[in-house]
Design a protein around this ligand. Structure first.
Ligand SMILES: [Zn+2]
Length: 101
C-alpha cells in the first residue's frame, strides 16, 4: 500500500494519519518477531493492478486502471476472475518470496 496515495482518500486518511505508517510497520515487525514469523516490506508497484495469474497490468494495452470502487474484476488477457484484495495479496506474497530467494 502506498500511504501517500491512501492519505488522499479522505475515508482512509483519518485512521492512517492517527497511527502513523512507521508506527504501524513497527507493530507488525514486533508481532512477527513474537510469533517467529518473517517480516519484510515489498515495493507496492502494481500489486493491485497486476493479474497474479498471468501478470497482465491493468492500465496498459488500452485498458482502464482499476479504481478503489472495483472490488472484483476479470483479467482481459487470461480471463481469471479476481477479488481485488485477494489478487493484491497474492502479488505481495509472490514479491516477498522472490525477495527472500
Ligand atoms: Zn491474467
Amino acid at each position: 500500500l502506498r500511504s501517500k496515495n491512501m492519505l488522499k482518500n479522505h475515508a482512509l486518511a483519518m485512521s492512517i494519519a492517527d497511527v502513523g505508517w512507521r508506527t504501524f510497520l513497527g507493530m507488525l515487525a514486533y508481532k512477527a518477531e513474537l510469533y517467529h514469523r518473517q517480516f519484510l516490506t515489498v515495493d507496492p508497484k502494481n500489486t493491485t493492478q497486476a493479474c497474479h495469474e498471468c501478470g497482465f497490468v491493468m492500465g496498459t494495452a488500452g485498458t482502464e486502471k482499476l479504481t478503489l470502487a472495483d472490488r472484483e474484476w476479470t483479467c482481459p488477457k487470461c480471463h481469471a476472475h479476481h477479488d481485488r484484495d485477494h489478487n493484491a495479496a497474492q502479488n505481495i506474497l509472490t514479491k516477498g518470496i522472490i525477495k527472500l530467494a
